[in-house]
Design a protein around this ligand. Sequence first.
Ligand SMILES: N[C@@H](CCC(=O)N[C@@H](CS)C(=O)NCC(=O)O)C(=O)O
Length: 218
Amino acid sequence: MTRNQSITLYYSPQTRATGARILLEELGVPYHLHVLNMKAGEQRQPAYLAINPLGKVPAVRVGETLVTEQGAIYLYLADLFPEAGLAPALTDPDRGAYLRWLFIYGSCFEPAVVDRYMKREPGSLNETPYASYESLIDMLEETLKTGPYLLGERFTAADLLWGVALQWTTMFGLVEARPAFQAYMERIGNRASVQKVSAEDAAMAAEHEAAAARLKAS
Ligand SMILES: N[C@@H](CCC(=O)N[C@@H](CS)C(=O)NCC(=O)O)C(=O)O
């Protein structure tokens, strides 16, 4: 059975893979990290391109099953370990909102913030996959104002995806740190899983920086 097989997370610190690792910590399952030094370009080497031809992390392998893309990874892992209670079941009325938020992330939020980062004119409401940046961010704010989580009182894997994403997008000034976002980020940021992975990420990122500098100097 897949869930008893070993889990490998293809990983690089302080990236979009960080949230996937936090999810594994929250699920309380053993996993192995396959760390790529992105500063040294390891994600673009043939060995990793054979895992994900896009050269992006995260990717996760559970036994024979390989999953890439954050939304797919969160959906898969949280469903695989239902006892952790991070995913409403298929028949649960909350499943709809849960799926919506997981997919809004990749289909709307990422394109919206990347357009903003690239200073690209997003186009009209019917041309973008997210209508407008403002309507998307307002929708998120409305949901989190009620909170405390995306599904109200119920904490799910979608909150780990969004909580971590709000941290880096507000840090880079791509999303305004509105009070509802601030409170939500604190709620998520105070979790033991986030604290543990963030501390380990900082150390790992410093090691990668040093290793890449040595490589360049040699
Ligand atoms: N669509 C992917 C995007 C993942 C992504 O952009 N990962 C970045 C790290 S934050 C990456 O691997 N970049 C390496 C590169 O492009 O060289 C997902 O949502 O999983």
